[in-house]
Design a protein around this ligand. Structure first.
Ligand SMILES: C[S@@+](CC[C@H](N)C(=O)[O-])C[C@H]1O[C@@H](n2cnc3c(N)ncnc32)[C@H](O)[C@@H]1O
Length: 192
């Protein structure tokens, strides 16, 4: 079962093969184009939060990270420093409430059981301001092994998210890390 105990066990035993050790290049590319440091930004399933630390280094003022597992959040708080501007929330994404201008997706969707996908889009929609944006990366590949990560494909994503979002961008990533090359889509969505 993919619950708090499962994920905390993975962090406690350093079984975190998903962790890039640095900001994901597609997200870095996207963040580098953002102009407004006052954006209210959420990163759900943030893990070690490399994207949050990058946002902080770029001067963003309202960064919230959320994870069901506590260990990576404690580590991230330390890394963000005494004057850090990263708010950490140790909670289940589906129980979190708030309003954000931007939500970033980086290997969170693929960590959820596929039965949760409809709820994922619905809850993302609830958390976003009417003028908000959901942006990030999704796998465009089926994995041989049982997940997580769970794979998927562009056609299914387009169908699933249609009741909740307009697609501004959904296209193959040109700047994935080498092992993920040709298996990722970069997307940017606006709420309906
Ligand atoms: C594959 S990891 C990705 C972590 C990070 N985004 C990265 O790329 O390194 C998935 C993360 O989602 C978290 N997670 C899984 N289910 C969750 C849920 N329902 N609510 C909040 N976080 C969850 C896990 O604890 C884990 O940190």
């Amino acid at each position: 079962m993919l619950n708090k105990t499962f994920w905390e066990h993975r962090y406690e035993h350093q079984q975190t093969g998903w962790d890039l050790g640095e900001v994901s290049p597609p997200l870095k590319g996207y963040i580098d184009h953002l102009q407004d440091p006052s954006l209210r930004i959420l990163i759900p399933g943030c893990g070690n939060g490399h994207e949050a630390l990058y946002l902080q280094s770029k001067g963003f003022q309202h960064i919230t990270v959320l994870d069901i597992a506590e260990p990576p959040l404690a580590a991230l708080k330390e890394k963000s420093g005494e004057n850090g501007r990263i708010t950490t929330v140790n909670a289940d994404f589906f129980e979190h409430n708030g309003t954000y201008d931007l939500i970033l997706e980086q290997t969170f969707y693929c960590a959820l059981d596929p039965s949760m996908r409809q709820r994922y889009w619905e809850h993302m929609h609830q958390l976003l301001d009417n003028n908000g944006v959901l942006a990030g990366v999704l796998f465009n590949v089926d994995f041989d092994k049982q997940g997580p990560p769970f794979g998927g494909n562009e056609a299914d994503y387009r169908k699933e998210l249609k009741p909740y979002f307009h697609i501004a961008i959904m296209e193959p990533c040109y700047n994935s890390i080498q092992p993920r090359m040709n298996t990722e889509l970069f997307f940017m969505l606006r709420p309906r």
